[in-house]
Design a protein around this ligand. Structure first.
Ligand code: ARG
Length: 588
């Protein structure tokens, strides 16, 4: 179905035309004075110059043409030349009915769906996820769901950091502690054991330990770099250890992402493109793009129009080792070969912006992508603590992501138990679901590039612009529907009647914004638009709920129509929260 503002603009355009003006002046927008009107059109102001007429006269001419309109119930010309509009209840009702009948609430499919690869999450093998990994995971997941819903083909890839020094550090420390492990015996020819050479506890502790030590001891660090080179080059024992480390990490990471309701289509990693590197490097050399500088292989990527220095993109280190750049470029090559996407989107902390600028330029220059392939970087801001600095634990350490989720669940549980009679076990289950909404909504309601403060008390509140408030609204609707059924009502009967009061009409007007909202959220890759929409919708619903008798409505037909409106509101809200990556409980 067509978007509501387009329909209104069409009707308005016809009126401009009928009055002798250009139809394109009839652009209708939401009112910025909701106390005066529902929609507005400023076309008369814009047309004044062209027609050398007072805007008020043009507005008057147009308004006169709309007196019989079936679309507008009221069109008033007001000084100095605005058109203040109210939509007709019957016309609005038609739109609501269409939303109910059509798939995806009438959202139109794109003319040309795109194939989009989304690279998000940012996890690294051997290192536990920390709070810094929250944002790329939940933003990426939401963008994937939004674009997919809007009709694009989306492939999410975690792009594991599984080829770098953290693994070399773990191997080096392991060798210190257990030099007799068969992996370190150069003469060993047999199969390597399937059992892990470390316990779970040891694995959790070994990387932070080794990382700290490497900062103190240059010699130790050098050995770690050597170990890194060895597993990358495929030295048998080192590669076998690498495999253990990757396998164990993946299990743990999957568990963590599962608990956040984040799921990847692909679990590829930097290591997957190792075999492509020689071919890519040769291509870059042969075509004269890459040259040796201070021993390293680089590609120049600066451009004349640069206002800041953009250093060359390093392809190989002087010892020949691959680095972050190398695997990212080879991954682009692989993605083009295997998937040929129209667009690749990267979501990481915005501190990687310059890095991706170099990568994108290098990929274009060396023709790893087609000229029309879009490469997009979405840099997110930092999640800060109440002191305005990047979020830390109470003792100043880096907090694990698991810890943050646990704390939010605890606080949510406390609030649920405090406010209502709910058995412990049920409250714990509900708290799990609601806590996720608190975390995700608290994050996604901000523009991606902005920093925000993680305010656990505000995020878990049932009031205000929060996830729990949205869920509370959905649960409220569900409980009315349950009561209706208990009283013998049937949910199948969907007969909408025209809104009976203003709050009902306002709820309908909020609902019909859905299609336009999804389109812009997908186009701009902006989950915060979904948040803003459901917050308005939830407010409109709650206002309607306070103003309207629903179950007590005596007219059966009217009662059924109110129930139908409730169901539509519930379905739209539940669809939207799914796009944000969380769900609602039955009770709370
Ligand atoms: N693992 C990386 C890090 O910790 C983030 C990966 C982002 N994606 C990419 N293709 N570089 O910084």
């Amino acid at each position: 179905m067509k978007k509501i503002l387009d329909l209104l603009s069409e009707e308005m355009g016809k009126a401009f035309e009928a009055a002798g003006y250009d139809a394109s002046l009839g652009r209708v927008t939401l009112s910025n004075r909701p106390d005066l009107c529902e929609y507005q059109c400023n076309g008369a102001m814009a047309g004044a110059k062209k027609y050398r007429k007072a805007p008020m006269m043009i507005a008057g001419d147009v308004a006169a043409r709309l007196s019989e309109s079936g679309v507008f119930q009221e069109a008033a010309a007001v000084a100095p030349g605005f058109l203040n509009l109210k939509i007709s209840g019957a016309f609005l009702l038609e739109q609501v009915k269409k939303m109910r009948e059509e798939a995806k609430f009438g959202l139109e499919a794109p003319d040309k769906p795109k194939k989009i690869m989304i690279d998000y999450g940012g996890a690294n093998v051997a290192k536990p996820l920390h709070v810094g990994h929250l944002r790329p995971a939940i933003i990426g997941e939401s963008i994937k769901r939004i674009c997919r819903y809007a009709g694009d083909e989306c492939i999410g890839d975690v792009h594991l950091g599984d080829w770098g020094t953290p693994i070399g550090l773990v191997i080096t420390e392991l060798q210190e502690r257990k030099p007799d492990l068969v992996y370190f015996d150069e003469n060993y020819q047999g199969e390597y054991p399937r059992e892990l050479p470390f316990t779970e506890e040891e694995f959790a502790e070994i990387y932070p330990f080794a990382s700290a030590r490497s900062k103190e001891e240059p010699e130790y660090k050098a050995r770690a770099l050597e170990a890194t080179l060895k597993f990358q080059r495929g030295v048998r024992g080192y590669r076998a250890l690498w495999k253990h480390i990757v396998d164990v990490s993946k299990v743990d990471l999957k568990k963590n992402y599962d608990s956040l309701n984040v799921e990847f289509d692909l679990w590829k990693g930097e290591s997957d493109v190792n075999d492509l590197i020689p071919e890519m490097v040769a291509g870059m050399k042969d075509n004269g793009y890459a040259y040796i500088s201070d021993g390293a292989l680089v590609v120049d990527v600066k451009e004349d129009t640069d206002t800041k220095e953009v250093p060359p993109c390093m392809i190989l280190k002087s010892d020949g080792a691959a680095l972050y750049n190398t695997t990212d470029l080879a991954t682009i090559m692989e993605r083009m070969r295997l998937y040929d996407p129209d667009e690749i989107i990267y979501i990481t902390d915005k501190r990687q912006e310059l890095y991706f600028e170099q990568i994108f330029r290098c990929a274009r220059k060396t023709r790893l992508v087609k000229p029309e392939t879009e490469l997009k970087f979405l840099g997110h801001g930092t999640m800060n603590g109440s002191d305005g600095k990047p979020f830390k634990t109470r003792d100043g350490g880096v907090m694990r992501l698991e810890g943050l989720v646990q704390e939010t669940k605890k606080e949510m549980y406390r609030k649920i138990r405090e406010g209502r009679q709910m058995p412990e076990e049920e409250a714990a289950k509900v708290a799990e679901v609601v806590a996720l909404s608190a975390l995700k909504y608290g994050d996604l309601s901000n523009q991606i590039a902005k920093d925000y403060v993680f305010d656990i008390d505000r995020f878990t509140s049932f009031e205000g612009d929060t996830g729990p408030y949205i869920l509370y609204t959905i649960v409220r609707i569900k409980s009315i529907l349950n009561k209706y059924q208990e009283q013998g009502g049937k949910l199948e009967e969907q007969a909408f009647l025209e809104a009976g009061n203003l709050s009902e009409k306002e709820l309908e007007m909020a609902l019909v914004q859905f299609g336009a909202m999804i389109e812009s959220a997908a186009q701009e890759k902006a989950p915060h638009r979904v948040c803003a929409y459901i917050y308005d919708l939830a407010n409109a619903f709650n206002h309607f709920y306070h103003e309207t008798k629903i179950l007590a409505e005596e007219n059966q037909e009217k009662r059924q129509s109110l129930i139908a409106l409730l169901m539509l509101t519930r379905d739209v809200l539940e669809t939207c929260i799914d796009l944000l990556g969380f769900s609602a409980p039955e009770k709370m």
